[in-house]
Design a protein around this ligand. Structure first.
Ligand SMILES: [Zn+2]
Length: 423
């Protein structure tokens, strides 16, 4: 039985939102404390020391230290990264400062060998990344890219490849296991004494985020395999990277999710082998009804279309089946030709407004494409076009349940309004 006060709640569709409300750390099993945040943190406390799994965003570090020090004065032996994303592995500086202030040895940083490679890539492409975070999170105000600009890198001092047993906490042994999934540097943490898994972003309390438009390749089939390996150890609780904690239904959640990921991978591959191209695959591949209805697979964080895109990227090149697109003209050149044929931008805008007033998402989407002709043509009615595009993006964003899809569209609307205002 679970209740509102039970520390282990089976995450439902609302759980993702709940984890964004900061709460105090709570003990979910002996020595295992869950600290909800935008990216969840887990604090492990044994007889001889503590470990922090995922200190979170750089702004989250001081909060982690505060919560830790309510619980124990023991030194932190390990900071474990489930992966090197900005919302998981960058709260470390505050933990290092706390250790120094207390005269403790600096904790070891534990992660998969690819974490350091990720950090090198982050440093190499920091301008690009900061720009993409500004764009992805513009709806929350300027400065989304500060997670990149303010990042202090603490790469692993203990890097492992496949599995690693950590015994520095005394009576609470901790095992790190690697799997490919959201990233190529992912770890899930197994605490066998408490039968708890800290799942990182393998678990996001909804359809996995198996493809984000701004981000590099994700690994859908291996993700399924990792979830099956988690199920094989028969955990009592599984802590998500975003969202809640799975208790009674952990096994069902793991295996239902792996079934869905295997389905998507298999379906895309089958269609590729039949000679289909991206446009058709993207338009037609959906989860079967029974899976789509599962409470574990609601598109609250990721969405099916984004996962399908990443699966295609995994198995094929960038060619889309249309030879006109091998060496394409600029969008501005095409738009100029089209607007010349329509005798100016007015009929294009008019039709875009008609389509944009529709209830049908497909028609709103077509309105976006029409408005682009006016924007890329430049000049005539371009401010109006930016304003209409912003409106259309807002409407579109409200129809997306996925956190990632919604944010990108709503943020794009904010940016469109700004570019209309300064055009
Ligand atoms: Zn992540």
């Amino acid at each position: 039985m679970t209740s509102a006060t039970d520390p282990i709640q089976n995450a439902g569709p609302e759980a993702l939102g709940e984890s964004r409300v900061e709460q105090e750390a709570r003990e979910i099993a002996p020595g295992v404390f869950f600290l909800a945040g935008f990216g969840n943190t887990t604090i492990l406390i044994g007889s001889e020391g503590a470990a922090i799994v995922d200190p979170g965003l750089f702004t989250n570090g001081p909060r982690v230290v505060r919560e830790l020090r309510h619980l124990t004065d023991l030194p932190v032996r390990y900071v474990i990264y489930t992966h090197g994303h900005y919302d998981h592995a960058f709260g470390t500086p505050a933990i290092m400062e706390d250790a120094a202030a207390r005269g403790h040895d600096a904790p070891d940083i534990v992660g998969h060998v690819n974490v350091a490679k990720r950090f090198e890539r982050y440093a190499k492409t920091s301008g690009h990344l900061a720009g993409t975070f500004d764009a992805q999170f513009a709806i929350w105000g300027p400065g989304g890219g500060d997670v990149v600009r303010n990042a202090k890198y603490f790469p692993p001092t203990i890097a492992y490849e496949d599995r690693l047993l950590l015994d520095g906490l005394g009576d609470l042994p901790v095992e790190c296991r690697h799997g490919l999934g959201e990233t190529d540097d992912h770890t899930w943490v197994w605490v066998p004494g408490a039968r708890v898994i800290v799942g990182g972003d393998f678990i996001v309390s909804s359809l996995p985020n198996a493809g984000t438009p701004f981000r590099v390749q994700r690994y859908v089939l291996e993700w399924a395999e990792a979830l099956e390996e988690m199920a094989s150890v028969e955990p009592l609780s599984v802590i998500s990277g975003h969202g809640g904690i799975f208790g009674d239904h952990a096994q069902e959640m793991l295996l239902t999710t792996s079934t869905a990921l295997r389905y998507l991978d298999g379906e895309v591959v089958r269609r590729l082998n039949e000679g289909q191209w991206q446009e058709q695959i993207l338009a037609e591949v959906e989860l079967p009804e029974e899976l789509a209805a599962s409470s574990y697979l609601q598109p609250l964080y990721g969405c099916t279309a984004f996962a399908v895109r990443d699966i295609m990227r995994r198995y094929m090149g960038w060619y889309d089946g249309n030879p006109s697109m091998i060496f394409p003209s600029s969008r501005a050149d095409v738009a100029t030709e089209v607007v010349a044929l329509t005798g100016g931008t007015a009929p294009v805008m008019e039709r875009a407004r008609v389509l944009g007033a529709s209830e049908e998402t497909a028609e709103i989407q077509r309105a976006l494409h029409l408005v682009d002709f006016v924007i890329f043509n430049g000049g005539e009615q371009v401010d109006e076009a930016h304003a209409l595009k912003a409106e259309l993006l807002d409407i579109r964003s409200k129809r997306e349940r996925s956190f990632v899809a919604h944010n990108i569209l709503a943020s794009a609307a904010v940016i469109e309004r700004e570019s209309g205002a300064t055009a």
